[in-house]
Design a protein around this ligand. Sequence first.
Ligand code: GDD
Ligand code: MN
Length: 260
Amino acid sequence: MASEEASRSPPRSRREPGRRAPRQDKYSVLLPTYNERENLPLIVWLLVKSFSQSGINYEIIIIDDGSPDGTRDVAEQLEKIYGSNKILLRPREKKLGLGTAYIHGLKYATGNYIIIMDADLSHHPKFIPEFIRKQKEGNFDIVSGTRYTGNGGVYGWDLKRKIISRGANFITQILLRPGASDLTGSFRLYRKEVLQKLIEKCVSKGYVFQMEMIIRARQLNYTIGEVPISFVDRVYGESKLGGNEIVSFLKGLLTLFATT
Ligand code: GDD
Ligand code: MN
């Protein structure tokens, strides 16, 4: 194992006698919430369980956008239960959109890796150890969860929503050839500095943001690993994806097509 390690990793990450052990990896989860009162305690519990079981160092940053359902109060409770070093509530006054929620959360992240996921239980924390394994395996800059290869899949969506998602991926594959199978998904792991760099470059704000991140990543020659995930539609609450998000996705796609 030692020789395999040595041949793959650069000298700086090798542990040498007499030198200090490298800093332990830390994973910051960015959890944007808008009306997720019922889901938040469950997702946090599952995250804590998954990280603790695998002995991973973590923090969970909740970015609540003034949810009228009281999600923020729930988050404050969770902060008390698990400790404010594990649960960091970094709310904003009103609904300012997903893209900027990540930018906001990232400012407070202390981990060297960032995990982005939905708070509505569509993304199961059980996949996170696989993301981490995959990242280490290929020393990837990004690991993207994919619904569209291997054992990945979507459960609980109606035909219309499936067609929208497949369609968005299909059109983007043809126009931009991005080299990743799930462009609109948002269950991903990034090296922190890579995410910072990509966010600087991204111009879109709505749902199209996820797709632009992968396109920009390819332009900048970042490496992307993939982990098949099953996406399960939410049980509590409702999706914030509306007709205007679809229109802005298409606009964003065409802008990218024209400018990249
Ligand atoms: N802070 C904040 N502000 N959070 C938000 C906002 C916002 O304006 N809008 C949505 N969220 C949160 C939700 O509370 C949830 O945790 C997550 O972002 C995803 O929102 P959903 O409304 O559940 O998205 P979805 O299920 O329709 O869409 C999912 O699939 C899309 C396509 O496959 C998400 O994973 C999308 O990111 C993805 O593009
Ligand atoms: Mn959802």
